[in-house]
Design a protein around this ligand. Structure first.
Ligand SMILES: NC(=O)c1ccc[n+]([C@@H]2O[C@H](COP(=O)([O-])OP(=O)(O)OC[C@H]3O[C@@H](n4cnc5c(N)ncnc54)[C@H](OP(=O)(O)O)[C@@H]3O)[C@@H](O)[C@H]2O)c1
Length: 254
């Protein structure tokens, strides 16, 4: 049997891990990457009895490492049908004028440069797969809607949206689909990372409401990647029902 193969970045947590489980459930072979090797091994142990799994420790910011990994994919994991560009993070919830510059660089290097590194390395195999192949980029509502403390994170996700659209133009005729999935509030390790380990702040953000779960987004990723070949979802913005926009902020004289 020729299995379909998904390549997932950031598979050690949140959306990425849930997506690995969702594709495994449907019988896809998996290439799973992330920086935390022990978590990758645990996931491999969990899923290897269901489907073929290849795990590789990878920092998406390292273009050479990405290239080497893709060039060295073992037999049975080379013809990628779905790339899930999920690895990413927000840092520095404080206002722009108080941010440590390194945090901005880390977001740009991961959410923009990392996503571009992986896409560039996998385009040849995706094009070889052709009809039915897909690139699912994980953007964010922050890429479209500004909010205080969004600064570079939101801007990096706006890049993901525009890169998705521009890729579509260049890939027209190859059969490869490209989608920007833009989640709203979702409970993962995202806020723990953003607050540099502040569990209380993370708990407070999700308390008393019903955020999206990692599994909710995994289901959307699986959905867009398994639609009939002739359908391309360009952008899918998903919020919890209990999240919506707010009024503009007006600066008033005291
Ligand atoms: N949760 C939300 O509310 C939300 C909303 C909209 C969009 N998003 C986006 O969804 C994506 C997944 O986030 P999540 O919510 O699932 O958060 P998460 O639980 O913190 O997972 C983030 C994943 O990204 C990986 N990662 C981070 N930096 C990396 C790097 N340099 N190289 C390789 N992997 C890296 C992490 O793995 P390692 O640490 O092991 O490398 C981890 O597996 C991100 O792009 C995020 O911006 C999240």
């Amino acid at each position: 049997m020729n299995r379909k193969i998904a390549f997932i970045t950031g598979a050690t947590s949140g959306f990425g891990r849930a997506t690995a489980r969702r594709f495994a459930e449907a019988g896809w072979a998996l290439v799973l990457t992330g920086r935390r090797s022990e978590r990758l091994q645990a996931l491999e142990e969990e899923l290897a009895s269901q489907v073929p799994v290849h795990v590789a420790t990878l920092d998406v910011r390292d273009a050479e490492a990405v290239k080497t990994l893709v060039a060295g994919l073992p037999e049975g994991f080379r013809t990628i049908r779905c790339l899930v560009n999920n690895a990413g993070l927000a840092l520095a919830p404080e206002p722009a004028q108080k941010v440590d510059l390194q945090d901005w660089h880390t977001m740009i290097d991961t959410n923009i440069t990392g996503l571009v590194n992986v896409t560039h390395a996998l385009l040849p195999t995706l094009i070889e797969t052709g009809k039915g192949a897909s690139i699912v980029n994980i953007g964010s509502v922050a890429g479209q809607w500004p909010y205080p403390g969004g600064h570079v994170y939101g801007a990096s996700k706006a890049f993901v949206q525009q890169f998705t659209y521009n890729l579509r133009c260049d890939l027209q005729g190859t059969g490869v689909r490209v989608t920007d999935i833009a989640p709203g509030l979702a409970e993962t390790e995202f806020t723990l990372v953003r607050t540099k380990g502040n569990q209380a702040a993370s708990d407070a953000l999700y308390r008393g409401t019903t955020p999206l779960s990692a599994e909710d987004i995994a289901e959307q990723i699986f959905y867009v990647a398994t639609l009939p070949d002739h359908i391309n979802i360009n952008r899918l913005e998903v919020m919890p029902t209990r999240q919506a926009w707010s009024a503009f902020n007006i600066d008033r004289d005291k």
